[in-house]
Design a protein around this ligand. Structure first.
Ligand code: HEM
Length: 404
């Protein structure tokens, strides 16, 4: 761990109460002071926080940083998170070459062309959810009526998980990714999710259907490329990663567009701007708002500071995506901005596998909402009253009351 006499602020750094959507002001101050800053974790240990876009991109491609959760210096962000260690032991927290071997088994499933073929199906889901929300009448909670069911329905269809079990897996995910959950609560939810997906994968092995989990059993487990345990861990990663992130991005995007009617109007007039607007919203909100955890396996120099081998490192995607060296007036939402180079999906070997799917869902959702509900408005547009997910690994909104 980094030994330092300097003041190392507690991490995660809280957001400002009056302005909860922007990254914490202290994060920006640290980024301006120096390229890497020591921060103090919940257990009193320290880690090096990297905040500038160029450094974050470079280090995420540097094989001297390990993502292996079994490393004793791995920077967990709460006591409860330590209990998720085994849950995290899928390929997202494994290093090459094993990481690459397991990831390659899934790349064909998430290729842009393959995901594009899901467009009509995703459009149908979006239309049906909006039909139901409109039929139930104004006002509505946008999170429960639309933002959460959309990615849950899509990932269930892709994996072959029954959507009727969504209350169960959404609840397990919410507990597992809340820093305030106790170790016991997290352990229980993890075990329930593992049992559930274990039974589901076993049923796919007996009666394969046309879905990703069945293909993993047939093409990877049966020939001996993956163990059953690895299939189940990957299933958990995809189910959890496939709904929490996109749900929160959808809710934050709609909130932000409703607060900026001139930008919504522009997108309504020029729908061809929507793919770029989605990138800008991903950049501005960076829902994976806590630093990506890594451990230095060799000494690494960053702008004159040496991170010694064995030290924990956190790469702040939120600070990097708001780096004024890379983006002018970085806190401002500008749907016409070229936000290429943002790191909302991470970067390097662990860059988000599901990003084509997340983009597809966000593009279709925003385009359809802008077209079908031009009168959509916030019931309350005060930032102070916003129901933010401060203690969650994935930032976003617990609820979002809207009317039309
Ligand atoms: C807006 C939506 C999403 C955001 C912001 C997001 C963000 C991220 C980030 C930052 C990482 C890198 C983690 C690291 O390097 O430590 C990641 C990895 C990953 N994501 Fe996503 N994600 C999103 C949607 C999805 C979806 C829809 C899926 C699945 C269907 C998914 C599956 C994965 C997987 C499997 C990895 C691990 C990749 C690897 O280690 O090789 N994500 N995601």
């Amino acid at each position: 761990m980094a030994e330092t006499n300097e003041i190392a602020p507690s991490y995660p750094i809280p957001r400002a109460t009056g302005c909860p959507l922007d990254p914490p002001p202290l994060l920006g101050e640290l980024r301006e002071q120096r390229a890497v800053s020591p921060v103090t974790l919940w257990d009193g240990r320290t880690a090096w926080l990297v905040t500038r876009l160029e450094d974050v991109r470079r280090l995420l491609r540097d094989s001297r940083l390990s993502a292996d959760v079994r490393n004793p210096s791995y920077p967990f962000l709460s006591e409860g998170q330590v209990a998720t260690r085994e849950l995290l032991e899928s390929f997202i927290r494994t290093d090459p070459p094993e990481h690459d071997r397991q990831r390659r088994m899934l790349t064909a499933e998430f290729r842009v062309k393959q995901i594009e073929s899901m467009r009509p199906g995703v459009q149908r889901i979006v239309d049906r959810l909006l039909d139901d929300m409109i039929a139930a009448g104004s006002p509505a909670d946008f999170v429960t009526a639309f933002a959460l069911p959309l990615p849950s329905l899509v990932i269930c269809q892709l994996l072959g998980v029954p959507y009727s079990d969504h209350d169960f897996f959404q609840r397990c995910t919410a507990v597992a990714f809340n820093r305030n959950s106790t170790a016991e609560q997290i352990r229980t939810s993890r075990e329930q999710l593992t049992d559930y997906l274990g039974r589901l994968v076993a049923s796919k092995a007996e009666r394969p259907t046309d879905d990703l989990l069945s293909r993993m059993v047939l093409n990877q487990e049966l020939p001996g490329h993956l163990t059953r345990e690895q299939v189940v861990k990957t299933a958990i990663l995809l189910l959890v990663g496939g709904h929490e992130t996109t749900a929160n991005m959808t809710a934050l995007s709609v909130f932000d567009l409703l607060r900026h009617p001139e930008q919504s109007e522009l997108l309504r007039e020029r729908p061809e701007l929507i793919p770029g607007a989605v990138e800008e919203l991903l950049r501005v909100h960076t829902v994976a708002h806590n630093g990506l955890p890594r451990v230095a396996v060799e000494d690494i120099e960053v702008d004159g500071t040496t991170i010694p081998a064995g030290d924990a490192v956190l790469l702040s995607l939120a600070a990097a995506n708001h780096d004024p060296r890379a983006f002018d007036a970085p806190d401002r939402l500008d749907v016409e901005r070229n936000s290429r180079g943002h790191v909302a999906f991470g970067f390097g070997v662990h860059q988000c596998l599901g990003q084509p799917l997340a983009r597809l869902e966000l593009q279709i959702a925003l385009d359809t909402i802008l077209r079908r509900l031009p009168g959509l408005r916030l019931v309350n547009d005060s930032l102070e009253d916003l129901d933010c997910r401060h203690s969650m690994t994935i930032f976003g909104l617990h609820s979002l009351p809207v009317a039309w």
